[in-house]
Design a protein. Structure first.
Length: 416
């Protein structure tokens, strides 16, 4: 009986995770074969039903603006392909201004095998097809001779967001999308033969160019910048969604989890309780800088354990790291710590806004099978566009390559 209950709980958590995961999930759908008449049916279905489903769709844009943008797309259907229709649809959804209302199955048969990250010095290659692994760690300054800043400015119009920090988290991934780059005139066609030319600056400050071809998603063999790092920080020490460790050298307990859907698990909480009791650690660091959300199930259990610790629930003992990817339920977790513990916060401003729409449901368009997430509740936790930590810490590419986590190092230096 006990095993059945445990299995049921796990199943529920997995389902919740699938429902509430990050706004930019990538699940393939097939719509190349549907007719323009069917596309029009889909657009009309969205125009009529999304306002009925969303708790407050027109908090930023007006009903007339929403209708007009869809009608304008319908008028253009005979002159554009399905790839361009998808991008235009992204633009319409983005204009709503709700980071939780989004297209959740963005179809891409081919993509440019490029992962980039915004460090404080600029945008750098952190993942690439193994064919081009020599450019790992290089800064991207142009694509096809267009300044990267201009391309990113255009891309930002397609990303539902409520602050600039979420954009920093999400816009690099759009550089992978041929349909997006074509929409903004960076490339001429969506084709597996259409290359892009990256202008790059290496660690020796030398500028050079590299051609990148798109690849089928299933064929990409990735290489990562982390592979070059010999001595990894606690933050980079595990590729898993969670990491709970006691650092004997630093005499601290470190717990990172990147989703609230299945973390903290009962096993992790049990291990943490044992560590808090048995280890003579001076600090407890909770790292949710990459926590994109999920379900809110079980959040209070972790906070309750820490809150009930007369030793760790004190200024200078308990620290929480947040960042640009802290979003949705990850942000709600941030406020659990802020309101119920004596934690000190380090890192970057959050990608989630304190007052925001959320609690997702889904609307599937009948012909293309595109799924749209939409919000059913409004959450209020505080003023401002983001949660700002007590101590702002930026990540430099030099720190990254050296295996240094500036947030943890700043905590250690501030509270010796």
């Amino acid at each position: 009986m006990k095993k059945k209950v445990i299995l049921l709980i796990i199943l529920v958590m997995v389902v919740l995770f699938a429902i509430l995961i990050s706004p930019l999930m990538n699940i393939s759908f097939k719509n190349e074969s549907i007719s323009k008449a069917q596309w029009k049916e889909d657009l009309e279905y969205m125009r009529k039903n999304l306002p009925k489903k969303h708790v407050n769709l027109f908090f930023k844009t007006t009903r007339q603006e929403f209708d007009n943008s869809i009608l304008n797309l319908e008028q253009d259907l005979n002159n554009i392909d399905s790839q361009e229709i998808q991008v235009r649809l992204m633009s319409i959804i983005s204009s709503i201004g709700d980071a939780h209302t989004n297209i959740v199955n963005f179809d891409s048969k081919y993509k440019y095998p490029l992962n980039a990250y915004w460090f404080k010095e600029g945008l750098f290659v952190v993942g690439i097809s193994s064919k081009y692994k020599d450019i790992l760690g290089c800064q991207i300054t142009e694509i096809n001779d267009i300044p990267i800043g201009k391309i990113i400015e255009d891309i930002n119009t397609l990303i539902p967001h409520e602050n600039e920090f979420l954009l920093k988290s999400e816009n690099p991934s759009m550089l992978q999308e041929p349909k997006v780059l074509r929409h903004f005139g960076v490339i001429n066609e969506v084709s597996e033969k259409q290359s892009i030319v990256l202008t790059l600056v290496n660690q020796d400050n030398m500028t050079f160019k590299t051609n990148i071809l798109p690849e089928a998603n299933s064929d990409i063999k990735w290489s990562y910048l982390t592979d070059k790092i010999k001595s990894k920080s606690l933050y980079l020490s595990s590729n898993e969604n969670s990491c709970l460790k006691y650092s004997e050298d630093d005499n601290l307990i470190y717990y990172r989890f990147n989703t609230t859907a299945n973390h903290p698990s009962t096993k992790e909480l049990s291990l943490l309780k044992s560590m808090l009791k048995e280890k003579k650690a001076e600090k407890l660091i909770i790292d949710i800088r990459d926590n994109v959300g999920g379900s809110y199930f079980g959040n209070s259990r972790l906070v309750n354990i820490i809150r009930n610790s007369s030793y760790f629930n004190n200024k200078g003992k308990l620290f929480v790291i947040v960042g640009r990817k802290t979003f949705s339920s990850g942000l709600l977790y941030t406020y659990e710590f802020k309101n119920r513990t004596n934690a000190i916060f380090y890192g970057e401003p959050t990608g989630g806004k304190p007052n925001h729409y959320g609690d997702l449901h889904y609307l599937k368009l009948p012909n293309s099978k595109i799924s749209l997430s939409y919000s059913t509740k409004y959450f209020q936790y505080g003023s401002g566009d983001a949660f700002f930590p007590d101590c702002l810490v930026e990540y430099s590419v030099k720190d990254f390559l050296a295996g240094i986590d500036p947030a943890v190092e700043k905590i250690k230096s501030d509270y010796r």
